[in-house]
Design a binder for this molecule. Sequence first.
Ligand SMILES: [Zn+2]
Length: 88
Amino acid sequence: MRLTCPLCGDRDRREFHYYGSDAYLDRPAEGAAPAAWDDYLHNRDNPAGLTKDLWYHEQGCAQWLVVTRNTVTHEVSAVELVAGRAGA
Ligand SMILES: [Zn+2]
């Protein structure tokens, strides 16, 4: 698998570290109910189809990336910098 980093270009997947769903970026508010933190820390979706995942370009530019890919076809349709997203 190859990922096209917006800063570094086309790179082998082994240069990146996978961190899971981009829902990781949406932390519960300070003082949120324990159930909200439990859901955030322990429950994950496992979609068949499009998903957005959080990756770190560990052996490249050291940027956090959101990779949009299809879990059925393995097609990568977008790679975006987390820093460029709204609210980041
Ligand atoms: Zn990079």
